[in-house]
Design a protein around this ligand. Structure first.
Ligand code: GLN
Length: 537
């Protein structure tokens, strides 16, 4: 049987230390050494998945091929590793309790009292091992969301403790990520918060094997020794993680610190091959030394929290690097675009991206941005709601269909050019009921989309309820907005493009989810290329 090894990543002191990036960076290094690795995130909140969360709460909701609505860290895992994740890679407390309660209702606990220990912890351990049991992975890295000491995290830490005991020290280890703050007044780095958080972890019976310490300043040998002594680890197991210019520097920083080596040593895994990071460094080199610059307007309604558009901004970075161009983002609140301000706010942009979203807040502003891009020949990229807005704008302003709208915004719209899918009409529950995950799409040859993809059949991920209304298809196409991507099974329009425009593409799906360092998304690459062309005019 395949002996999968487990690495747990816990966090201490504060949240937002970047556990996801550390986990992804370690995974990248191990992958480069020839191991097959995957990463999983356990989220201690009670929602079944983040699909029902407002982006202001938790940033973007990331969608996998199998249609799971997940934490945005899974986006980092895919961007770093270039392998797809699935539902099994993200588990929440809600999902754990749901399975346990379903079993209880079926009588599967045979009259026993159902408790956090062992029933909830057993279910957590089962979910952790699901990925390992596929036999596909040498190493499964499991990131425990939240901060050690949170009430919600307790069952997870207990499950980790049990797994360490069951698997043995050469098969399961814990990396604890903490903060070593710098006190400017004292001119010193402080170790006490780390000591306290390790103590907290130890109270739950878990001793970290490795400490990764986030810091703004170099951690001296003396401080490493002090941390090692008080946290009960060896000095070489204290790894510094200094603030980086970009998250894509972190694998190299971890390589310099030898994180992969200490992990392999503890797991008793042999690897002679040092991580080469060739493609990775080539990407970084181009990212850091751009030859030109473009400015893209990102029109959205959640821009106060830029994490809401994480995959889009990362896809810009990938596409920028492959065009050797710096992509500067101008964040534009869709609600701020009035007939008066639109010109001023969008002036000078080399490209306009209208972002995904739900509900009617800010949509009139999005429609104005589409109109501006269409009339001024500015490269335009509409994603999901952004594509829908481009269809509405075209119907209203080119076809003169007054009152054209989406039935999401106006149930009694005179011209519902965007309409609820039939399959959605009787659905009342919100969670997990959208059109989700990967769907095939046929691309017409004479199109911008084909130029980018160089393929007639693609697969992209979806997350929406509303669709292009095919009743209006011939009218819209005749007037010049062409449907160049069609779902072969359902006939649904997935891509629209404007003829006689330098680059105007709207997609019903979310291409941003599939952009990785190794494979920047072709539509993003082409969009930035068009913006670059525009900038030279
Ligand atoms: N609100 C739109 C729909 O449900 C678009 C969704 C999105 O942009 N992800 O169809």
């Amino acid at each position: 049987m395949h002996n999968t090894k487990y690495v747990f990543v816990t966090g201490g002191v504060t949240s937002s230390l970047g556990k996801g990036i550390i986990a992804a960076s370690l995974a990248k290094l191990l992958q480069e050494r020839g191991f097959s690795v995957t990463i999983q995130k356990l989220d201690p909140y009670i929602n079944i998945d983040p699909g029902t969360l407002n982006p202001y709460e938790h940033g973007e909701c990331y969608v996998t091929d199998d249609g799971a609505e997940t934490d945005l860290d899974l986006g980092h895992y895919e961007r770093y590793l270039n392998i797809p994740t699935s539902q099994a890679n993200n588990v929440t407390t809600g999902r754990i309790y749901q399975s346990v309660i379903n079993k209880e209702r079926k009588g599967e606990f045979l009259g026993k009292t159902v408790q956090v220990i062992p029933h909830i912890t057993d279910e957590i351990k089962r979910r952790i091992q699901l990925l390992g049991e596929t036999g596909e992975y040498d190493i499964v890295i499991t990131e425990i969301g939240g901060t050690v000491g949170d009430i919600e995290s307790l069952p997870y830490v207990e499950s980790v403790r049990q797994m360490l005991w069951e698997k043995g020290e050469e098969n399961a280890i814990v990396i604890h990520l903490t903060l070593v703050p710098y006190l400017a007044a004292a001119g010193e780095l402080k170790t006490k918060p780390t000591q306290h958080s390790v103590k907290m972890l130890m109270q739950s019976g878990v001793s970290p094997d490795i400490l990764v310490c986030r810091t703004e300043h170099e951690i001296s040998d003396d401080i490493k020794r002090k941390l090692a002594l008080f946290c009960n680890v060896k000095k070489e197991d204290v790894i510094q993680s200094i603030d980086a210019e970009t998250i894509y520097d972190v694998p190299n920083l971890m390589l310099d610190e030898g994180l992969d080596e200490v992990v392999l040593k503890k797991l008793q895994l042999e690897s002679k091959q040092k991580p080469a990071l060739k493609t990775w460094n080539n990407f970084l080199q181009k990212h850091k030394n751009p030859k030109s610059e473009v400015e893209i307007g990102l029109i959205g309604k959640y821009i106060e929290l830029q994490d809401s558009y994480k995959s889009i901004t990362e896809a810009f970075i990938h596409a920028g690097s492959s065009n050797e161009t710096k992509v500067k983002v101008r964040w534009i609140h869709s609600e701020s675009l009035s007939p008066k301000s639109v010109e001023k706010k969008l002036e000078g942009l080399n490209g306009i991206l209208v972002a995904p979203g739900f509900g009617d807040r800010g949509i009139e502003g999005k429609i104005k941005a589409v109109k501006y891009a269409r009339e001024n020949n500015i490269p335009f990229f509409g994603i999901c709601l952004g594509m829908q807005m481009s269809v509405i704008e075209f119907a209203r302003n080119v076809l003169n269909l007054e009152g054209a709208s989406s039935s999401e915004m106006n149930k009694s719209a005179k011209h519902p050019v965007i309409n609820l899918m039939d399959s959605q009409k009787n659905i009342t529950e919100k969670g997990g009921t959208m059109r989700l995950g990967a769907w095939d799409c046929e691309i017409k040859k004479d199109s911008k989309a084909y130029n980018a993809y160089k393929s007639e059949l693609i697969s992209e991920r979806h997350r929406h309820r509303y669709e292009f209304n095919n009743k209006y298809l011939s009218q819209i196409e005749e007037a010049g907005l062409k449907a160049t991507g069609i779902n072969p099974k359902t006939g649904l329009v997935e891509v629209v493009e404007l003829k006689n425009h330098p680059w105007f593409v709207g997609v019903q799906y979310h291409p941003e989810y599939k952009s990785t360092v190794l494979k920047p998304h072709p539509l993003f690459v082409d969009f930035i290329k068009a913006a670059l062309k525009q900038s030279k005019k």
